[in-house]
Design a protein around this ligand. Structure first.
Ligand code: ATP
Length: 402
């Protein structure tokens, strides 16, 4: 019988993310193993983890993520319980596969600390290593990763291949941090894993939820639920897309992504309410001023909505101000207002021809994207510009010219 090649991928998978999935895909393509084993740790030996999801949840997410791939999820470390040492796992695999070739998948960070693994020499005797670049640890000629691989090969007779592949720079830590705050995870985990995390509120941090409620008037998950409750499915979807974009643009601009995402969820909360109902509510809360009556109807949901958000839901002033200007824009907007104005125009549900260009521009240069959107409103959409829009267009055109 011919010897088999076994791919072995051990990890905490707390949770599995797009980086892990890309590693498996690249490995299957590059090495084409006869069998691919994915082995979740019971407890990782090398690191303390503050929020370890249950074994059942980690297993379910592995199953959801890997359902379409030729992988076998192997539970031996979970059954063994206690700290999961790779040398023990390899010993037990050796009993089943005495003559076969083992190849262990590891990230560059793991290779650089490989000599700290318990019985690492035994591990190197038993298995080859397939290494992936990670977090700026590059595998180029004369780079630390290649040098370390060479050193381990020379010193211990290790067999190491560097798998060249673009692996997203995701970590389970980032997934847990974002999930703790209730933020979007769609660029970090695959859709089914994202749904599962959300449905079970995995890693969601109650203390953080209280902080958000105190700081902003509402937590991000509650803001999402409010948008879903009040709006039609299509409008709610748009609001969640704006929230996602606003969170990303805020992160890129070095400002609070949670605040921006909440503003995104709530920006259109009054969009589907009739003018009559909005004005009645405004009357009830004592915020009817002449300017509300004289407004074009298209602006009512932002101009009256911003004040109603404060009265009906006690949303913080910073968010209300951003909602106020999100439709027509203004000159010299606050960073959050600008982020919301741009996100509303470039969110991923927007399908106009220039949307992909505008999205990329927004990620690179927020002011330039703001100027671009004012131009687009006048030149392509033929929107009749309000005074605020004209001032905004002039202001951002000047800032672009500088
Ligand atoms: P945490 O952030 O909790 O430390 P992690 O993202 O490193 O977790 P693990 O399940 O511990 O995930 O990773 C298992 C193996 O996969 C490790 O060898 C790790 O180096 C590697 N790995 C994980 N993510 C990547 C990635 N984005 N690129 C390259 N290697 C990765």
């Amino acid at each position: 019988m011919k010897n088999l090649t076994l791919g072995i991928f051990g990890g905490t998978f707390n949770p599995i993310h797009l980086g892990h999935e890309a590693m498996i895909d690249a490995f299957l393509k590059a090495i084409a193993p006869d069998k691919m084993l994915v082995i979740p740790n019971a407890q990782p030996p090398h690191k303390e983890i503050s929020h370890l999801a249950t074994e059942e949840d980690r297993l379910t997410m592995l199953e959801l993520a890997l359902a379409d791939r030729a992988c076998h999820i192997d539970r031996r470390e979970l059954l063994r319980s206690g700290k999961s040492y790779t040398f023990e796992t390899l010993r037990s695999l050796r009993e089943e596969y005495p003559k076969d070739r083992f190849v262990l998948l590891v990230g560059a960070d793991s290779l650089l600390s490989f000599e700290k693994w318990v019985h690492f020499e035994e591990i190197l005797n038993q298995t080859e290593l397939a290494v992936f670049e990670r977090g700026g640890i590059s595998g180029g000629e004369d780079e630390p990763l290649r040098k370390e691989a060479k050193r381990l090969e020379e010193k211990y007779g290790a067999k190491i291949s560097l798998i060249e592949a673009r692996i997203p720079s995701v970590s389970s830590t980032i997934v847990r941090q974002r999930a703790a705050a209730g933020m979007d995870l769609s660029d970090l985990v695959s859709p089914l894993v994202g749904e599962y995390l959300k449905k079970k509120n995995l890693y969601l941090d109650p203390t953080e939820m209280t902080r958000q409620k105190n700081a902003y008037g509402i937590s991000l998950p509650d803001a999402e639920n409010l948008a879903k409750k009040v709006l039609s499915p299509k409008r709610a979807y748009h609001s969640l897309c704006v929230a996602k974009m606003a969170g990303q643009l805020a992160e890129a601009a070095g400002t609070d992504p949670v605040l921006a995402a909440i503003a995104g969820c709530l920006h259109d909360l009054y969009r589907e309410e009739s003018a009559e109902s909005i004005l009645q509510k405004a009357d009830k809360y004592g915020i009817v001023t002449v300017d509300l009556f004289s407004l074009p109807e298209a602006l009512l949901h932002s101009k009256a909505g911003s004040r109603l958000l404060q009265k009906e839901y006690q949303i913080c002033q910073t968010i209300c101000d951003a909602v106020d200007s999100h439709t027509e824009g203004a000159a010299d907007m606050s960073l959050l207002s600008e982020i919301l104005f741009v996100s509303d125009a470039v969110s991923e549900d927007r399908t106009y021809a220039d949307a992909p260009f505008a999205r990329e521009l927004a990620k690179k240069d927020l002011h330039a994207a703001t100027a671009y959107i004012f131009d687009y409103m006048t030149e392509t959409l033929g929107v009749r510009m309000t005074e605020n829009s004209k001032n905004g267009a002039a202001f951002y055109a000047r800032s672009r010219a500088k």
